[in-house]
Design a protein around this ligand. Structure first.
Ligand SMILES: C[S@@+](CC[C@H](N)C(=O)[O-])C[C@H]1O[C@@H](n2cnc3c(N)ncnc32)[C@H](O)[C@@H]1O
Length: 256
């Protein structure tokens, strides 16, 4: 026979739906996670952790685990394929399927009254899978309660590692994924005082000649694994062409 407290807890879960939290956990250093993120992660009994590889580790999980012990959590490790997404165009079916499956898993837990956290690298507002899940979850259940907890983005952490500001005075900033045609990138570099390139790890063979042409090689700095073990700050940008850079690499070009 279940005790009165167990019945009360079960009733609570039946009546109260959980809340979904997208939690920015910062760029890697466990000291760069916010107090709020830690509190929310601590309070959520279920974590849906994004993994870039099938059955692979989740970087967001390992960062979150630096502050909150996940041993009592229900961990739903979920694979989100790394494929290009072009806004306004229908995403790859495999990608859509991953969002739908994540939304279904989260919704199931919320319906059972459990709060769910999706820890995500950096800040959720910047190129974050959490927001695709957000949309998909609302399509599944428009009444879903969702909260977004900001985090320290790799952008700020990269600038800090390189001891550079991103913008001062009336500087204008563009943040772009380095997937565009060289002509478009050149145009952006000419227009803005600062350009931050993310997802740049395989693009340096295109970036370096462009920077050279625009005489911007000395204005660029690339940081690999910012605030993580093995962080590397590259000022000699020309040399990065021959390097096997980590996916966690951000390039800042700032005209001074
Ligand atoms: C999908 S985006 C995620 C960005 C993240 N939401 C943020 O706010 O930092 C992945 C890209 O972020 C950058 N990035 C994330 N973590 C990084 C780190 N620790 N060091 C350098 N770049 C990082 C890299 O450019 C990487 O290709």
């Amino acid at each position: 026979m279940p005790g009165a407290l167990t019945l009360k807890t079960e009733l609570y879960h039946i009546l109260m739906k959980g809340t979904f939290h997208i939690v920015g956990v910062g760029p890697g250093d466990p000291e760069l996670i916010t107090l709020k993120a830690v509190r929310v992660l601590r309070n959520c009994p279920v974590w849906l952790t994004p993994a870039a590889q099938k059955d692979g580790n989740s970087t967001a999980l390992s960062i979150a685990s630096g502050s909150v012990d996940p041993k009592d959590k229900t961990i739903l490790n979920h694979h989100f394929p790394m494929k290009k997404i072009h806004m306004g165009k229908t995403p790859d079916p495999e990608v859509q399927k991953a969002w739908q499956e994540a939304a279904r898993l989260i919704n199931e837990q919320l319906e059972d009254g459990f709060d769910v956290a999706l820890p995500t690298l950096g800040d959720p507002a910047i190129y974050c899978t959490g927001f695709y899940v957000y949309e998909t979850l609302l399509q599944l259940n428009p009444e879903t309660s969702i909260k977004v907890i900001p985090g320290i983005s790799a952008i700020g952490a990269t600038a800090a590692a390189a001891n550079t500001p991103i913008c001062l005075g009336d500087d204008r900033v563009a943040v772009i994924p380095a997937i565009f045609e060289s002509d478009m990138i050149k145009d952006i570099l000419q227009q803005f005082e600062t350009v931050v390139f993310m997802k740049v790890y395989k693009a340096m063979d295109r970036m370096v000649p462009l920077l050279e042409e625009l005489d911007l090689l000395d204005s660029a700095v690339l940081v690999e694994r910012t605030s993580m073990k093995g962080e590397r700050v590259h000022h000699d940008i020309g040399a990065t062409v021959d390097m096997d850079l980590h996916y966690f690499s951000t390039l800042v070009v700032r005209k001074t």
